[in-house]
Design a protein around this ligand. Structure first.
Ligand code: PLP
Length: 220
């Protein structure tokens, strides 16, 4: 069995245990590998890939431009690289971490006359080392972006599970994000991006519908 097959099997098992009607999307976090390895996974059927550095996304995208790959941006957004990010036309930006970042993206997207799909990143465990808006501010920030920044189409939320050995802490951080997602459904939020190699089953059990899985897909 390939890495991809075994990940899909695990996702499916967790999905059925959570809700057999749930539709869960897998984004392969390909930051560890080069374009050739991405192509191998593509040939096994994977279509969505996530990069956390804008330069890398741009380079891999141009190396693989003949393939209909969906590129996701999942890393920190530096203001001086927003133009480069938009020129790569990502399918979805997972990591808008503040209203200010959103406003910068909107300004440049407006100049380029483009619409950009994005998620609001939630710092669900309130960690200093993590980007994202605090849970108690998330609904307001989301609405502010939706109302004031017409070139950004917010599609939901993203979080990275708590940095902890304790399953209960990680689960709690996912539940915080899921609760915000549920409240945002009335503003048409559709995507709840959470879960990585070490915690995606827990994320599914907490209601994630988009996983960002890297290391276990690309390990030899
Ligand atoms: C690298 C990365 C992932 C995937 O992490 P793994 O532990 O390798 O599965 C998910 N989300 C973000 C934001 C990342 O940078």
């Amino acid at each position: 069995m390939t890495n991809l097959e075994s990940v899909i099997e695990r996702i499916e098992k967790a999905r059925l245990a959570y809700d057999n009607k749930a539709i869960i999307k897998l984004v392969a976090a390909s930051k560890y590998v080069n374009a050739d390895s991405i192509k191998e996974l593509y040939e096994e059927g994977q279509r969505a890939f996530g990069e956390n550095k804008i330069q890398d996304m741009k380079e891999k995208e141009s190396a693989l431009s003949e393939l209909p790959i969906e590129w996701h941006f999942i890393g920190r957004i530096q203001t001086n690289k927003i133009n480069m990010m938009l020129d790569a036309k990502p399918f979805l930006i997972h990591s808008i971490d503040s209203y200010e970042t959103a406003a910068e993206i909107n300004k440049r997207a407006n100049v380029k006359n483009m619409q950009i799909n994005a998620l609001l990143q939630i710092n669900s465990a309130k960690e200093d080392t993590k980007a994202g808006v605090l849970p108690e501010l998330a609904i307001d920030e989301y609405c502010k972006i939706t109302q004031n920044l017409p070139n950004i189409n917010l599609k939901g939320v993203m979080t990275i599970g708590a940095h902890s050995e304790e399953k209960k802490d990680i689960q709690e951080s996912f539940e915080v994000c899921k609760k915000i997602f549920n409240e945002l459904k009335k503003y048409d939020a559709k995507i709840c991006s959470m879960g990585m190699s070490s915690d995606f089953e827990l994320a599914i059990a907490s209601g994630s519908n988009m996983l960002r899985v890297g290391s276990i897909l690309f390990s030899k």
